[in-house]
Design a protein around this ligand. Structure first.
Ligand code: C2E
Ligand code: CA
Ligand code: CA
Length: 238
């Protein structure tokens, strides 16, 4: 099954089967939409839309993640350039993409080709990028910072959640993983964690986005905890 999908995936871009869904991100205090996260979809001819959680690991193993990731960056910049005002777009960058020397160049080209202002592009990076060589990681972050794009630390709270990485790298934003939001109103421990991350981020001059907000009750609780941005099925499906 996996092999068949892998074969199909090889032609998916050329056959125009890959597309981007956009999920709104709202300012939790004002309820105003400030931007969207681009989430990749594959409209398979027989199976319909397939989640990236299924096909991205296949793309990674089959050495196709670079091509797909670059396409997503270019496409998201092109589409976001047509949106009104200061609306931002967030694009996920996988650790394999991050490790490539060409990433800064790919981003510069996507920006110049689309005309999108660098400050409107936010790259979502997970902690697994820190598992690689650290000199190189420093240089990569500096190169991205120099371009002027914004950087978000994705899925915070699930991996090592290293506090050192928060001070060592120039993140603008922390995204708290949706697992902490799911049981927020039932589990005081999740509330404590969200509350602590909000305080930590504010001290580090970073903002906080929570993902996976599904109920009004969760949203009210998160607002009271002082989170800056919220994303989830309550505000809008991708
Ligand atoms: P992620 O970056 O953590 O994205 C959030 C995931 O949560 C998305 O799953 C989104 O559809 C889902 N989600 C949003 N709101 C809710 C909610 O209220 N409740 C629940 N239960 N889930 C919610 P999706 O779209 O299946 O994407 C899965 C993962 O695939 C993403 O996780 C991201 O790591 C990766 N991904 C998606 N698009 C791209 C891409 O263009 N490039 C790369 N490198 N990775 C991508
Ligand atoms: Ca993300
Ligand atoms: Ca996430």
């Amino acid at each position: 099954d996996r092999r068949v999908l892998e074969e199909d995936l090889r032609d998916a871009l050329a056959r125009d089967e890959i597309w981007l869904a956009y999920q709104p991100v709202v300012n939790a205090q004002t309820n105003i939409v400030t931007g969207f996260e681009a989430l990749m979809r594959w409209n398979h001819p027989e199976r319909g839309n397939i989640s990236p959680a299924l096909f991205l690991p296949i793309a990674e193993e089959a050495n196709m993640i670079g091509e797909l990731g670059e396409w997503a960056l270019r496409k998201a910049c092109e589409e976001a350039a047509t949106w009104p005002g200061k609306m931002k777009v967030a694009v996920n960058v996988s650790p394999i993409q991050f490790a490539k020397d060409t990433l800064p160049k790919v981003i510069k080209e996507a920006l110049s080709h689309s005309g999108l202002a660098p400050g409107r592009l936010e790259l979502e990076i997970t902690e697994s990028v820190f598992l690689q060589d650290s000199d190189d990681t420093d240089a990569k972050f500096q190169a991205l910072k120099d371009i002027g794009v914004r950087l978000a630390l994705d899925d915070f709270g699930t991996g090592y959640s290293s506090l050192g990485s928060l001070t060592a790298f120039p993140f603008n934003k922390i995204k708290i993983d949706k697992s902490f939001i799911a049981d927020l109103t039932r589990n005081y421990k999740s509330t404590a964690i969200v509350c602590t991350i909000v305080t930590l981020a504010s001290g580090l001059d970073m903002s906080v986005t929570v993902e996976g907000v599904e109920t009004r009750e969760q949203f009210e609780r998160l607002k009271a905890l002082g989170v800056n941005f919220a994303q989830g099925y309550l505000m809008g499906l991708p």
